[in-house]
Design a protein around this ligand. Structure first.
Ligand SMILES: [Zn+2]
Ligand SMILES: [Zn+2]
Length: 150
């Protein structure tokens, strides 16, 4: 299960506080970034509130992840039911298993558009983010939450 990045290597994120979308760079953006430890917390570039690393999924990404898990769960259930029916027929019950679960169609793969504008904070320039074109200053550093204007 992989989530798509845009052509600059950015991953779409949604702030759990202000529910606005932005993107952060996936993986180290430079050699300098590689030297840094991954922080436990990132700050929303749009509202400045911090949240843990796992708090930034967009609704579309959550749907995608849940769909990816679904077919396997259905198949496991179907096998279990088939086993029950086999056991039942031995005892001469006239049970018939009709049809089977439709295997859920694979969801359309997500496509990441090359939208939004790259901004770079003056304090942590190695961690660029993309923000919607309509967003206005101040913005907040992803790494430390310091406000800055572009
Ligand atoms: Zn926010
Ligand atoms: Zn900073």
């Amino acid at each position: 299960m992989t989530l798509p990045l845009d052509h600059d290597g950015f991953l779409r994120r949604e702030c759990p506080h202000c529910e606005q979308e932005f993107k952060w760079h996936h993986g180290p953006a430079s050699e300098e970034a590689e030297q840094e430890n991954d922080p436990d917390t990132y700050y929303c570039p749009l509202c400045g509130h911090p949240a843990g690393l796992d708090s930034w999924w967009t609704q579309v990404q959550i749907d995608q992840i849940q769909h990816a898990a679904l077919p396997a769960a259905l198949q496991a259930m179907e096998q279990e039911l088939s086993g029950m029916f086999r056991g039942a027929s031995k005892k001469h019950f006239s049970l018939e298993q009709t049809g089977s679960f439709d295997t859920a169609e694979a969801p359309t793969p997500l496509v990441e558009m090359d939208d939004m504008t790259i901004i770079i904070s003056p304090c942590h320039a190695y961690e660029p983010v993309k923000i919607p074109e309509i967003a206005t200053s101040p913005f907040y550093c992803l790494v430390c939450g310091s406000p800055f204007a572009v």
